[in-house]
Design a protein around this ligand. Structure first.
Ligand code: CP
Length: 304
């Protein structure tokens, strides 16, 4: 496969292959092997039109651990600010014969458009509310470490499902792996359409009666909200957040906690949740490197 644009276009065999491939890459770190020569002589271009901490840095670390050369395209200091189009940027970068382009953009579908313009392998690092396939892969990888057989496990995703590329991609991969997925959030932010057989809740207590194994919190993305339709952050925490009291219930029932980051403390979760013993949040970040190494190893740029 040349590009990784979303989870829906992967078949089950490809998902299993990527998740299996990430295992030996993770084992390398535990054996303190910092670098392997797999992508020596290849180049990776990081093209981030939107901010990122985890995805950007873990792709950079992953590429360097595979011995690839990494170039960070500095959007704010590039000719993009002078009005250069995405097409012109890509054509310019194509002339430099890069092998991989890792792209994040606020517009849904833009990585797909770029993939059609270049021989380089394009990896979607998050596009608008559409997809975030490597987040989904690292979420699935992390869950499989806890539950080697995911069949029948239940994951409750809480938050703004409507604007969330993470919810879209992660629920798609989890369903492919046999997980039951439910959404909980304000009615206006939980879409009526979407993946089949997804249970939808608007009430926290009702959702907990569904007996999830994992509570997956989404970041409240104020940058994508029409504030007119969004409750205040305090109100959101009270109604949908993991408060100290709810954390006790989550602990009592032995549930795991996930969040793609960055976390809004006091909104999606209380301070105590950051130190919760069954929080997988740091492990998600750690696993992001191995999963992204597996993706870079697997994709094949088009022949010149
Ligand atoms: N989860 C995630 O995409 O985080 P960043 O925005 O920091 O990359």
């Amino acid at each position: 496969r040349k590009d990784l644009l979303d989870i829906s276009s992967l078949d089950r065999e490809e998902i299993d292959l990527l998740l299996d491939q990430a295992v030996p890459f993770k084992e390398l770190f535990t054996r303190s092997v910092k670098k392997v020569p797999t992508l020596k002589g290849k180049s990776v271009l990081m093209l981030f039109y939107e901010p990122s901490t985890r995805t950007h840095s873990s792709f950079e670390v992953a590429a360097k651990r595979l011995s690839a050369d990494v170039t960070n395209f500095d959007v704010p200091h590039s000719s993009v600010v002078k009005g250069e189009s995405v097409r012109e940027t890509i054509e310019t970068l194509q002339a430099m014969r890069t092998d991989f382009i890792v792209v994040r953009h606020g517009r849904s579908g833009l990585p797909g458009m770029i993939a059609g313009m270049t021989k380089a392998s394009v990896i979607n690092a998050g596009d608008g509310a559409h997809a975030h396939p490597t987040q989904a892969l690292l979420d699935a990888f992390t869950l499989k470490e806890v539950f080697p057989d995911l069949t029948g496990k239940k994951v409750l995703i809480i938050g703004d499902i409507l604007h969330s590329r993470v919810a879209r991609s992660t629920s798609t991969i989890l369903k492919r792996l046999g997980v039951q997925v439910a959404y909980l959030g304000p009615g206006s932010l939980v879409p009526k359409c979407g993946p089949e057989n997804t249970v939808r809740f608007t009430d926290y207590a009702e959702a907990m009666k569904w007996k999830p194994d994992v509570v997956y919190l989404l970041r409240v993305q104020m940058e994508r909200q029409d504030v007119q339709y969004f409750p205040s952050l305090r109100e959101y925490h009270k109604v949908y957040g993991v408060t100290e009291e709810r954390l006790k219930q989550i602990d009592g029932e032995g549930l795991y906690l996930m969040h793609p980051g960055p976390v809004n403390r006091g909104v999606e979760l209380c301070d105590g949740a950051m130190d919760y013993s069954r929080s997988l949040i740091n492990r998600q970040v750690e696993n992001g490197i191995a999963v992204r190494m597996a993706v870079l190893y697997w994709l094949k740029p088009a022949e010149e």
